[in-house]
Design a protein around this ligand. Structure first.
Ligand code: GRF
Length: 215
């Protein structure tokens, strides 16, 4: 159990997942201390959401740095003021370098909009539709150096409607993200889920397949 779990949320865009964290904390459904919201994009609407909630914000524009490593070092310097126990990548559209991942290993969670290992990378909703999949969803996982491949904590899925567009599917998937991402974060902050020997452990046992919630 991490007492008063100091949390940083990294965003690049609209921040609907960030909002789900803010709401869950405000409604006493999630015991995290949201210390800072950091964006690489000055126009990210999520920054407004954070301001409204009274959370400190910081914007570090990746385009102003000569390399990924220099950008990541600047984020680390910012985060070091807060000593976070947990880092939530909520639509943070930058690939983190090994320097960053090693520093916060086991503390970084990402949400990826597919039922991993299906569809790492981009355009996941269209890819699921084009493949004629029956199910689509989202996965919360620990971040490791391999993109979208870190040990999975949990998944949520919905049945695909045969006539929906990629945008409609994305919107429905985002709704379930707002449930499963704060839940996974609570599992990590309470010690129910942890990264150990390169695997996700839940309730003291190796989790070979992530718990799957159907919505
Ligand atoms: C989410 O759909 C998530 O799966 C992906 O980025 C999106 C962020 O959306 N990693 P938002 O900014 O939280 O609305």
């Amino acid at each position: 159990m991490i007492k008063d779990c100091k949390t940083a949320i990294l965003i690049s865009g609209s921040g609907t997942n960030l909002q789900a964290f803010i709401d869950a904390v405000e409604n006493n459904n999630l015991n995290l201390n949201l210390l800072i919201v950091l964006s690489n994009n000055p126009h990210a609407y999520g920054l407004e959401r954070a301001k409204r909630a009274g959370i400190e914000i910081s914007c570090i524009e990746h385009a102003k740095f000569l390399s990924r490593e220099l950008f990541d070092e600047a984020i680390i310097r910012e985060l070091e003021h807060h000593e976070p126990d947990l880092l939530i990548l909520a639509g943070f559209m930058r690939i983190l370098s090994p320097i960053f991942i090693r520093k916060y290993f086991g503390k970084i969670l990402n949400i990826h909009p597919s039922l991993l290992p299906k569809y790492p990378g981009l355009d996941t909703h269209q890819r699921a539709l084009s493949a004629g999949d029956k199910w689509h969803g989202s996965t919360v996982h620990f971040v490791t150096e391999e993109l979208d491949c870190g040990p999975q904590i949990l998944q949520g899925r919905i049945a695909i409607n045969y006539d929906e567009s990629a945008d409609e599917l994305k919107e429905r998937v985002q709704k379930i993200e707002h449930e499963i991402f704060p839940l996974a974060a609570s599992w990590v902050s309470t010690g129910k889920a942890k990264l150990k020997n390169g695997e996700c452990w839940i309730d003291g046992k190796v989790s070979l397949k992530p718990p799957l919630f159907t919505f």
